[in-house]
Design a protein around this ligand. Structure first.
Ligand code: SF4
Length: 333
């Protein structure tokens, strides 16, 4: 095979390890296409994230492709992972295996030969222990086509190494939690600012995971909930309805852009936060929701205002203070 045409698909999270794994192969003359798998949980600001990914991929000489797996991830991975969850709602072993499986299927489309991942043996408690890497490999059906350049020398040779598509000698033997060698490599290759501005996977965040768990105790989970859970203050009302009240102008815009089918927005008679309530909410929950939303607006306690929810209007007053509505807060965690 012509050495010039070797191409790899990389699992590209945007984090340092995936960048270094890609760069190691690029340095060997392998063409690398970084696949960013969009599960919907990859951080808060999607546009910022995409800009960041584009920028860092370009910097190391890789191409970027975004693969939208939101629906598949929710339907097949998130709620029934074979190997369970990490510390929070993160099904990392199944999630990695899923990404590798999809990347492997995409090999012919990109004319690529194998898949690479930035996993490091023993670095993280769940997905990157040696036995966990084996589980990922089995579950993904990668059949020797998954190469972990940062720890390759600690692992049995893979097809790309045996076939001579990559030089095993130039791969690494990083093990454990210390980031020392990664930092040195980052320095050597001038890779800086490798933290995504929108943050990492929300499923590893205890607050977000708590919100998600609370949601699942009361509601069905649909695609729109992925984005709704990221923004606003969330309240659970006595009749079971969910109320979401934006915290600031940015959240107003974020929430406005989400296409909602299960929630109805409020119209307040004066400036205030964007608010949404479960469309099926009872009359009592709607009235209470209107009072809470007014409490976060410029409404004056003791005065009545007409708040419209869908087709109906409710004449209500705000609570005397924000402290009074705290008991309805969804507790994160
Ligand atoms: S942190 Fe875990 S669950 Fe989140 S994207 Fe990575 S592997 Fe998947």
């Amino acid at each position: 095979m012509n050495r010039e045409k070797i191409r790899a698909l990389a699992l590209f999270s945007g984090g340092l390890d995936s960048l270094l794994a890609m760069k190691l192969l690029i340095e060997q003359g392998v063409e690398v296409i970084g696949l960013y798998f969009d599960t919907g949980f990859g951080g808060k600001g999607e546009e910022e994230k995409k800009r960041y990914l584009q920028e860092v991929a370009q910097k190391i000489g890789a191409q970027l492709e975004i693969v939208n797996i939101r629906e598949q991830f929710i339907q097949e991975i998130l709620f029934d992972p074979k190997y369970g969850y990490g510390k929070n709602f993160n099904p990392c072993i199944d999630c990695h295996a899923n990404m590798i499986r999809i990347a492997k299927k995409l090999l012919p489309r990109y004319g690529a030969h194998f898949v690479i991942s930035g996993e490091v043996v023993g670095q993280r408690p769940m997905s990157q222990r040696l036995d966990a890497l084996k589980k990922v490999e089995e579950l993904s059906g990668a059949d020797g086509l998954i190469l972990r350049p940062l720890s390759a020398k600690l692992l049995p040779p893979t097809i790309p190494e045996k076939e001579g598509w990559v030089d095993r000698e130039k791969l690494l033997d990083i093990r454990g939690r210390s980031r020392h060698r990664q930092m040195e490599l980052a320095k050597k290759w001038g890779i800086e600012n490798y933290e995504s501005p929108s943050g990492g996977c929300l499923l590893t965040d205890s607050g977000f995971s708590g919100r998600l768990r609370e949601h699942l105790r009361h509601d069905n989970f649909d695609l729109e909930d992925v984005d709704l859970l990221k923004w606003g203050r969330h309240f659970r009302l006595p009749g079971g309805a969910k109320l979401i009240v934006s915290r600031n102008r940015e959240e107003n815009e974020r929430l406005r852009k989400i296409e909602v089918t299960k929630y109805t927005p409020f119209t307040l008679p004066l400036p205030g936060p964007l608010s949404l309530i479960t469309t099926e909410a009872s009359e009592e929950d709607r009235e209470l929701g209107a009072r809470i939303a007014l409490t976060y607006s410029k409404a004056k306690p003791g005065e009545s205002y007409l708040v419209t929810i869908g087709e109906k209007s409710y004449s209500v007053s705000p609570f005397g203070s924000k402290d009074e509505v705290r008991r309805y807060f969804v507790q994160d965690g």
